[in-house]
Design a protein around this ligand. Structure first.
Ligand code: ATP
Ligand code: MG
Length: 266
């Protein structure tokens, strides 16, 4: 019998849109699998970006319009074990999303213990011990659904875009985390991952200065620089490491995944 794994659930969240959540979730997930880890990715966003990182658009839309997706699982409070689809990559499975996730707040509203529904649906997957990592991609909002994602997680990775507006709204995120911790006191901020970095630009230095002044916040050493390979990879529905393993961002994401794994096991 296979040894049960100690599953770690990590949510990638930031209410700031376009901060690199889905890109980081997909590529850290792929890189962890390349390290021999078994990874489940959960697409928690109606934009379907995490699903699109692994499947072509027609297949993502078919999954989104069918019954085997996150929306139906949450609405009917079913165990997520039955909603897992394998990807083309060894060690990477996915729970696809649906555009109907736009109505998930409404669905949650009338339910008992509505902050904990995802946690309950995910419990059988987690308890099966099949996965080393379950990575959750959050939408750019702060509400009942993101509360669900963070209540189901052990840790949070906060992707921040190194841009003039990248830190805008971070205070709201931290305030929200305070409310989440009332429900899930064990939730750990694993670190801030800097994305879309242009090292020569001034606001990268400014962002680093502001972040390094923040107490008790770890900033990952592995930064992700702007790289067109990311967009080409996404255009071909592949993680960047599968699209072009020699690209700078493939190597940066591999380094970030190692750092995540080290911090989880420190
Ligand atoms: N390192 C990078 N180099 C170049 N482009 C990038 C990089 N990382 C992300 N992008 C691009 O930036 C955009 C936003 O990235 P992504 O979708 O991962 O952010 P997000 O936080 O998930 O967005 P949302 O808040 O809408 O969910 C995408 O178009 C993506 O292709
Ligand atoms: Mg996203």
């Amino acid at each position: 019998m296979a040894v049960k794994k100690q599953t770690k659930v990590i949510c990638f969240a930031n209410n700031k849109g376009g901060s690199g959540k889905s890109t980081t979730c997909a590529n850290v997930g792929y890189s962890l699998a390349q390290m021999g880890k078994k990874v489940l990715l959960l697409d928690g966003d109606m934009q379907l970006n995490l699903s699109l990182s692994f499947f072509p658009e027609d297949e993502v839309l078919a999954m989104a319009q069918g019954e085997k997706n996150l929306y139906h699982a949450i609405r009917e409070q079913k165990p997520l074990t039955d909603y897992i689809v394998p990807t083309a990559y060894e060690g990477v499975d996915l729970i696809p999303s649906s555009t109907l996730m736009s109505g998930i707040e409404y669905e949650l509203f009338t339910k008992w213990q509505r902050e904990l529904i995802l946690k309950k649906c995910l419990a059988p997957v987690r308890d099966s011990g099949e996965y080393d990592y379950i990575l959750l991609d959050a939408p750019p909002t702060l509400g009942g659904w993101v509360m669900n994602l963070l209540c189901a997680a052990d840790a949070l990775v906060l992707p921040v875009e190194a841009s003039p507006w990248g830190l805008f709204g971070l205070a709201n995120m931290f305030e929200f985390l305070g409310a989440v911790r009332d429900m899930n006191p064990a939730l750990e901020l694993l670190g801030i991952a800097l994305t879309k970095v242009s090292v020569r630009k001034n606001y990268f230095k400014q962002t680093m200065e502001i972040l390094s002044d923040m107490e008790d916040v770890y900033v990952f050493e592995s930064i992700i620089r702007v790289d067109s390979s990311i967009e080409w990879a996404q255009d071909s529905s592949r993680p960047v490491g599968a699209y072009k393993a020699s690209s700078r961002s493939a190597q940066e994401y591999a380094a970030l995944a190692k750092e995540v794994d080290v911090r989880v096991h420190r």
